[in-house]
Design a protein around this ligand. Structure first.
Ligand code: NAD
Length: 362
């Protein structure tokens, strides 16, 4: 019993430390569902975030992931100017072996019981089909197929936002946002990576691509006349820009040390292994870093349009704002002499606090 209460205390302590509003542990023995939903902040609106299915080594690891990711969503929505809060969900299990219609619908019923405080979407390990199953139980889900009234694949919008983030950084570093003649390494040629390669090649950028999936790598390289490189060449190649579009934490002690890029701007979430340390390290090295959640918000904007009933035109407009938003972050970073990730954090927090004030007036 005493062991039990110490676990509860430590979970609540974790929530206090990260400013979380609530966490819901979902357990359904009949379908095998074990999930955690984290709601970080709902000042600006309902908490929106994807559902990740992953075979975590422990519950503690799953909790840590969902807390970190849901907080990130609060900042992403805030800086993008959306009226959404931050949330995220994780389902513990192997998405290839343990997923079923019943499991996803059971999860959908947990979301339903939150009465709109949390809205979900796809993430790693979940697909549009899973969103369809959740949709059978609750309307608080986005990213359903266009045939069901959804906004469809978010990746092209994410890629567009990243592309504009790159342009805003190039303008800062090279004095013009013309991309022709510049060189970019795109790490990960998946959904977002491929669209980004396409946009860059349309502007005559020299593009190097890397992917652990060899087949995919060569297919994308051939299609867009990009140059395939092996993973161990990414950080030694003399390119202007590094666009991480695969996994997080690629900006760490080991990689930053020998980095020669002028700019880092990509779609991967949580690129900085440690927010406190690595943003400053990049600033010290004179590398301009475009905060990931700022420039990869195109997909979230697409979900927002689905929720609000805005069409594609509005999605494009909001995605195009990413250029100016990136310029604003760079300016603040320069005037305050702080890393760009910190500047973005300040802008996001200011919006949340300003709107909080507004809500005190009837
Ligand atoms: P994806 O799964 O379609 O593509 C990821 C690609 O990265 C795959 O081709 C995979 O083989 C490759 N990869 C994995 N590990 C690698 C490594 N070590 N080196 C090189 N390549 C590797 O995913 P996606 O939808 O294109 O998303 C890419 C990143 O952007 C993810 O981190 C995702 O969380 C983030 N993101 C995506 C969206 C979106 O709209 N899809 C929105 C916001 C953020």
């Amino acid at each position: 019993m005493s062991g039990h209460s110490s676990v509860v205390t430590s979970v609540l302590d974790q929530l206090s430390a990260s400013g979380h509003k609530k966490v819901i542990f979902c357990n359904d023995t009949s379908t095998g569902l074990k999930a955690i939903i984290a709601i970080h902040d709902t000042t600006l609106g309902p908490a929106l975030g994807g559902t990740r299915m992953f075979n975590y080594n422990s519950e503690a690891e799953a909790l840590e992931d969902v807390l970190r990711l849901s907080k990130g969503m609060t900042y992403k929505s805030a800086i993008t100017g959306l009226n959404l809060g931050g949330g995220k969900a994780v389902i513990i299990g192997d998405s290839r072996k343990q997923k079923s219609e019943a499991l996803m619908r059971s999860f959908g019923r947990f979301i339903k019981n939150l009465n709109g405080e949390f809205i979900t979407a796809e993430d790693m390990g979940t697909t549009m089909k899973d969103m369809e199953y959740i949709r059978m139980e609750t309307k608080h889900v986005t990213g359903v197929p266009e045939s069901l009234g959804g906004a469809g694949n978010p990746a092209p919008f994410t890629a567009k936002g990243v592309f504009l983030g790159i342009k805003a950084c190039v303008k800062e570093v090279f004095g013009t946002d013309m991309l022709a003649g510049r060189s970019v390494v795109v790490q990960g040629t998946g959904n977002v990576g491929e669209h980004l390669v396409e946009l860059l090649r349309q502007e005559n950028v020299e593009v190097f691509v890397s992917d652990i999936n060899e087949e995919r790598l060569h297919e994308v390289a051939r299609k867009y006349k990009a140059k395939p490189i092996s993973a161990n060449k990414i950080f030694t190649i003399g390119a202007d820009i590094y666009a991480p579009c695969a996994l997080g934490s690629t900006l760490n002690d080991k990689t930053i040390k020998n980095m020669k890029f002028a700019i880092i701007a990509g779609s991967a979430n949580n690129q900085l292994a440690n927010e406190e340390i690595h943003g400053q390290l990049l600033l010290d090295k004179g590398i301009l870093y475009a905060p990931d959640y700022l420039i990869n918000a195109g997909g979230l904007i697409n979900c927002y349009s689905e929720l609000t009933g805005f069409g594609k035109k509005r999605t494009i407009q909001l995605t195009e704002n990413i250029y100016d938003a990136t310029r604003e972050v760079i300016q603040l970073s320069k005037t305050e002499k702080i890393p760009t990730n910190m500047a973005a954090g300040r802008i996001a927090e200011k919006r949340i606090n300003d709107i909080k004030q507004l809500k005190t007036s009837y």
